[in-house]
Each structure stands twice: as structure tokens, then as C-alpha cells.
Design a protein around this ligand. Structure first.
Ligand code: KG4
Ligand code: ZN
Length: 348
């Protein structure tokens, strides 16, 4: 039987991406136009700016993805697009492009959830190995949550963050240290020359409810306390001191390394607790923060000690991309789960 080629389109945040993937697995092309440089001067993503850049980039991204795969629209079996969650004005750009292609070519339109696609990216490269159910940690700029994954198309959220996403904490602490956006890669780089044990920053643990001892321990995340602890440390331990300019902070590398360690430790502890309590011996880690080398190493080593296997996408498929959209899109298409032109974007 002929291979089924799916065009994936992703525009939920600050990446305009398009890709062609065969049978949900074989990557024929992968185009990502990052807007990070445009948003860097604001220290974060500006939704209005993002929408306008997507509008300029979407058609070239799609054309480049088709050219890269050496195919035309006529060769496609379906077009898959991120429909939720994300910035509404950004999502609508990708959605409109996908609908136009679907309508003019009579191609099935497939709606993809961005978070589910991040998780799918972690299974895509090692499909034969991953067994379901498994536990997935999704850590990105907008999300930090744990899922119980029954199949690539079925997952249930079991825990989330009370406040900031892990990636957001990286971005904010980077800002305090005078590092560019996105903060994750910049902190990681600075952390290489720092001591992760120099400062003991707090690790959040959800409180066991009164009378709830003996049952399963609660699972969850919070990063605002950690972020505040970093700020107070920068102020010399006194909250009432003024915040010094980044150049005046002497132990920037130690702060970066100790902060990264605290985030990784928190993520690993909660994820492995969720897996152990569910009696599951496989965990997936996905999303932009899954690029983080310290998180990858700590998760792999502590999981292994507990007899748990851990899976990570290659870094290119951790951050936002359309390969994961085309991949999961094929799974939906294959299962007959297609949308129509009434498909709407949803921010959450
Ligand atoms: O998945 P993603 O590309 O976009 C969202 O859906 O949010 O994730 C972007 C986030 C940013 O907050 C960025 O700082 C973080 O991922 N990130 C990292 C690393 N690379 C990207 N965080 C820590 N370490 C990294 N190496
Ligand atoms: Zn993402």
C-alpha cells in the first residue's frame, strides 16, 4: 500500500512551522521559522507581533516543507493543524491556511492538540519500544503537567502547575540574570560554569491534605516560590534590598546552575512519584524544557534506579515543530478522526 503523506502546520506560539511526515513516523521535511529574535527585545512573546509574523511566514513555510519533501499538494493524504491550545491570533493563522488547502484540494482536515503532539514526539522516534499506558511530563514555556497516556490519541491530565510553567520560570530567571529570551538555553549554557550545589533553592512538594496520610501522595508543580527565592538571593538575602543590575550579580553562574538543578529535581521527583504510584514503568518527557541536558540526565539516572524507562524526543522535536503535528495528525486520520471546515481554534 502507498504511504500516506500528511502535511503538518503549527503556529500556536512563536514558531511558524510546517512539515511532511509519512505514515505518522517518517520525516520527509521539517521547516521551523523561529520568531525568538523578534520577541527577544521584549523579553517574551508579544501576541500581536506573533500573529503578524505568522501571517508573513505561513505560506513560505508550507511551500518549503512541500519542496523539501519533493512533493506537491496533490501527493498529500491529509492536512493536520494545531487547533489548541495557544495564542488565539497565532492559532488562527495556521488554521486558516490549513482550511484553505483542505477546501481547495478536497483534502481531509485533521485537528491536533499541541500538548498531545508534544507527547507524541516522544514516542515517534521509538514507537516499537514505548508501551502504553505510560506517564508523560510536558514541560514547555506555557505548560507544565503530567499525563497518564493510554495511547497516542488518549491521554488524561493527572497533575499541573499551580502557577508558572517550568519554561516560564527559566525565561523569568534569565531576565533577572540579564540573559536573552528564550531563557532556557541561555541559563543552561551559563550553568555549565557554575556549581549546582552552591545555593539550595527550594523544591516544591504538594502538601498532603489533613487526615490524608497513608494514601497516595499528592502530585503537582509550582515554580513561583523558586523564582522568588532566586530574586531574594540576588538581593543579598533581604527582600527589601533593591534588585541589582545583572552585571553587578557576582555568582550568576552558580545561580543559573543551582536554579536549573532545583527545577530538574522538582520535575523528576514529581514525575517518578506519579509513575510509581500508578505502577507504571515508562515515562516520556516532552516540550521545550525537555531539551535541558540536566533534566535529561537526572531523569534518566533516577528513573533507571527505580527500574523505570525514560524517553525523550531529540532536541529538535522537543521545541515547537510541525513534525509532531503531522505525526499525531496521521494517527487521528488513520483512526477516521477528521474535522470539517467549521473547525475552530481554542486558546485552552
Ligand atoms: O515547547 P516550546 O518550544 O514552546 C511552548 O509550547 O511553550 O517551549 C519553549 C520553552 C521556553 O520557555 C524555553 O526557555 C524552554 O522551552 N527551553 C529550555 C531549553 N530549551 C528551551 N528550558 C531549559 N533548558 C533548555 N535547554
Ligand atoms: Zn509547545
Amino acid at each position: 500500500t502507498a504511504r500516506q503523506l500528511v502535511l503538518g502546520i503549527e503556529s500556536s506560539c512563536d514558531e511558524t512551522a510546517a512539515a511532511v511526515v509519512a505514515d505518522g513516523r517518517d520525516v520527509l521535511s521539517n521547516v521551523v521559522f523561529s520568531q525568538a529574535a523578534e520577541h527577544a527585545k521584549f523579553g517574551g512573546v508579544v501576541p500581536e507581533v506573533a500573529g503578524r509574523i505568522h501571517l508573513d511566514s505561513i505560506a513560505p513555510a508550507i511551500q518549503q516543507a512541500l519542496d523539501g519533501a519533493g512533493i506537491g499538494l496533490a501527493d498529500l493524504s491529509a492536512v493536520a493543524v494545531t487547533a489548541r491550545p495557544g495564542l488565539i491570533g497565532s492559532l488562527l493563522v495556521g488554521l486558516s491556511a490549513a482550511k484553505a488547502i483542505s477546501w481547495t484540494r478536497g483534502l481531509p482536515l485533521v485537528a491536533v492538540d499541541h500538548i498531545e503532539a508534544h507527547v507524541y514526539a516522544a514516542t515517534m522516534e521509538s514507537q516499537a519500544d514505548v508501551r502504553f499506558p505510560c506517564i508523560a511530563l510536558v514541560v514547555s514555556g506555557g505548560h507544565t503537567a503530567l499525563y497518564s497516556v493510554g495511547s497516542p490519541r488518549r491521554m488524561e491530565r493527572i497533575a499541573t502547575t499551580l502557577d508558572d510553567a517550568a519554561g516560564e520560570a527559566f525565561d523569568k530567571v534569565a531576565w533577572m540574570l540579564g540573559l536573552p529570551y528564550p531563557g532556557g538555553p541561555a541559563i543552561s549554557k551559563l550553568a555549565e560554569s557554575g556549581n549546582p550545589e552552591a545555593i539550595r533553592f527550594p523544591r516544591y512538594t504538594p502538601k498532603t491534605p489533613p487526615g490524608g496520610s497513608g494514601g497516595p501522595r499528592p502530585i503537582g508543580f509550582s515554580f513561583s516560590g523558586l523564582k522568588t527565592a532566586v530574586l531574594y538571593h540576588i538581593r543579598g538575602g533581604d527582600a527589601l534590598n533593591p534588585t541589582p543590575a545583572p552585571e553587578a550579580i557576582e555568582d550568576r553562574a552558580d545561580i543559573a546552575a543551582s536554579f536549573e538543578e532545583a527545577v530538574a529535581d522538582t520535575l523528576v521527583t514529581q514525575t517518578l512519584r506519579a509513575a510509581e504510584q500508578a505502577g507504571i514503568d515508562q515515562v516520556l518527557v516532552a516540550g521545550g524544557v525537555a531539551c535541558n541536558r540536566r533534566l535529561r540526565a537526572l531523569m534518566a539516572s533516577r528513573a533507571e534506579k527505580k527500574g523505570i524507562r525514560s524517553f525523550f524526543p531529540s532536541p529538535a522535536y522537543c521545541t515547537d515543530n510541525a513534525v509532531m503535528i503531522a505525526g499525531l495528525g496521521w494517527q487521528h486520520f488513520h483512526a477516521g478522526d477528521v474535522a470539517d471546515l467549521h473547525l475552530d481554534a481554542a486558546p485552552r
